[in-house]
Design a protein around this ligand. Structure first.
Ligand SMILES: C[S@@+](CC[C@H](N)C(=O)[O-])C[C@H]1O[C@@H](n2cnc3c(N)ncnc32)[C@H](O)[C@@H]1O
Length: 285
């Protein structure tokens, strides 16, 4: 499984002196692992003493506030090459983070969004407390909370035609977003309300919406747009991350599910594999 920091670094390496913004830092596992000219980390509740670690990380600025507070006060000319959105995992917050991040993204920059592919119904619930209660009732102790960020992918696919995106096939489910218009026939017709209520099972059954693609291919597509070349077509997969043709390594997204949930999921994915080839989420030629 490719680490979060490896995905972020793969994109930072595309720029000569990159500027990096991370929304939601927690222990700093990603923020402190990646290399960039300047790093800004935003979190209302850092899980380390930001003053104590300051001298060890002179290239890093810590903003102890919510993403809304940060973006509300950030100078207009504070721009980044790579932005990693990993704060509050709800559709509404992540959508606001995405729209705000686009205002602070350099023309050829990249936004990476975490946890877009929930590993179970409980993990997909937007209410963390309700999610924990359900997991306890099901006896699923270790499952992560990913919230309903998956709905943001449906939103981007439907309403953000000027953005191209692809899911990273080799990990738990991260989405890479960059500027580049998608052709009209790649845009499905959905109502906003439909996206806001998109059920978890649709994410599983229509895995094609995520455009899961090998990281190296996504990097090449972004490199092409930076260099002003036509981007190569992505060999987008139909199913879940780590399952692309069965060839890519990666933790199975069913990890943490009960046996019954795993069986139901396997059946659903089998059905999704028979679906017609998905429309590519690749940039326009
Ligand atoms: C999953 S953790 C981040 C992990 C980190 N990005 C990494 O890769 O190691 C989520 C973090 O988001 C923070 N968070 C929650 N609400 C937030 C908000 N509104 N704005 C920014 N960060 C928020 C939490 O305090 C938590 O530390």
């Amino acid at each position: 499984m490719v680490k979060r920091s490896e995905v972020v670094q793969a994109f930072l390496d595309l720029y000569p002196d990159p500027d990096y913004l991370e929304i939601g830092v927690s222990l700093g596992t990603t923020l402190h692992a990646v290399k960039a000219r300047r790093k800004v980390g935003v979190d209302p509740g850092f899980k380390f003493d930001v003053k104590a670690v300051g001298p060890e990380h002179p290239d890093t600025e810590y903003r102890v506030c919510t993403s809304d507070a940060y973006f509300g006060a950030a100078p207009r000319d504070e721009m980044f090459d790579v932005v990693y959105l990993d704060g509050l995992h709800t559709l509404e917050q992540t959508l606001r983070d995405l729209l705000n991040a686009l205002e602070h993204l350099k023309p050829h920059g990249v936004i990476v969004i975490d946890d877009v592919y929930p590993i179970s119904y409980a993990a997909s619930m937007p209410d963390l407390v309700a999610s924990k209660r359900l997991r306890r009732a099901l006896g699923v102790e270790k499952a992560a909370w990913m919230g309903d960020v998956y709905r943001l992918v449906f939103f981007i696919q439907t309403f953000c035609q000027s953005l191209s995106y692809a899911g990273v096939a080799e990990n738990h489910g991260q989405l890479v977003v960059w500027r580049g218009a998608r052709p009209e026939d790649a845009i499905p017709h959905r109502r906003v309300e439909e996206v806001g209520r998109m059920p978890y099972e649709t994410a599983v059954l229509d895995g094609s919406v995520f455009g899961f693609t090998a990281l190296s291919e996504i990097v090449e597509a972004v490199r092409a747009t930076i260099e002003g070349r036509p981007p190569p077509a992505l060999s987008t997969a139909r199913s879940a991350p780590g399952k692309r043709g069965g060839a890519l390594p990666g933790r199975h997204p069913a990890a943490g599910m009960t046996r019954d949930e795993r069986l139901a999921r396997r059946k659903a994915l089998k059905g999704a594999g028979k679906a017609p080839r998905p429309r590519p989420a690749s940039p326009a030629p």
